[in-house]
Design a binder for this molecule. Structure first.
Ligand SMILES: *Cc1c(COP(=O)(O)O)cnc(C)c1O
Length: 234
């Protein structure tokens, strides 16, 4: 049998993901165009980003600044929206605002302030989401739900930034519907104060249907599109 080209592999993954999204939309009574698929390309090369772009994917996500900066530069000729989805240190703010259009992982005021400063400096406007912690594991990042409204207010009031909405990662091993239902409540609180902040970034390869059922607007999908990642070694 002839080996699949990388393009064939990725096209197959994309078709499967789109079929899952279509089924979940139908079950939830939602339209496909309410959802943005963000292809999480971490650990995969810029050539895969190029293939995804050729297949019509317009949004890509990364979680490490060094890797993302290099990839965004290699793909500067493509018109892509770049999403930063990983935990972010304040001292990386300058680098990240140079390429990121959307930062999903803002979980503290100091980080918001640094991103705003650097966005103004770079003459850019960056959409920011408040990352909400849905469990008590500080290693995964995120603001506690009680702290989210103040952080949303801070983002909305920071020059250079636009408050987009909220993001969360479902806790490992927990029921994703329970987690995403909680996120939907927090998103509603944010939207009551900031009606323009309609983004709900939830759902990964393993739980995208549950996220769609619970009102997600953005899905962050890596493995199901590109294959299982090699374990990351620092
Ligand atoms: C890696 C990553 C994803 C994608 O996860 P998959 O299970 O590979 O789809 C989504 N969100 C964040 C924050 C990630 O770091």
């Amino acid at each position: 049998m002839k080996d699949l080209t990388r393009r064939d592999q990725i096209a197959g993954g994309l078709a499967e993901v789109e079929a899952r999204i279509a089924a979940a939309c139908q079950a939830a009574g939602r339209a496909r165009d309410e959802l943005t698929l963000v292809a999480v390309t971490k650990t995969y090369p810029a050539s895969d980003v190029r293939i995804l772009a050729g297949l019509g994917v317009g949004d890509v996500g990364e979680n490490r600044d060094q890797e993302a900066a290099a990839k965004a530069q290699e793909c500067a000729d493509l018109s892509l929206t770049w999403h930063f989805v990983g935990q972010l240190q304040t001292n990386k703010a300058r680098s990240v605002v140079a390429y990121a259009d959307v930062v999903h992982s803002v979980d503290r005021i100091r980080l918001a302030a640094a991103l705003g400063r650097e966005a103004v400096h770079a003459g850019r406007e960056v959409t920011c989401l408040v990352q909400v912690a849905l469990d008590d594991d500080p290693a995964r990042g995120g603001a506690r739900p009680a702290d989210v409204p103040a952080l949303a207010d801070a983002l909305a009031g920071t020059e250079g930034l636009r408050l987009g909405g909220v993001m969360a990662v479902a806790p490992l091993g927990a029921d994703p519907v329970k987690a995403f239902t909680r996120l939907r409540e927090v998103a509603g609180t944010v939207r009551a104060a900031h009606p323009e902040a309609g983004i709900v970034s939830a759902g990964m390869s393993g739980d995208l249907a549950e996220a769609i059922a619970c009102g997600a607007t953005h899905l962050r999908v890596g493995t199901a599109l590109l294959g299982r990642r090699k374990p990351f070694v620092r």
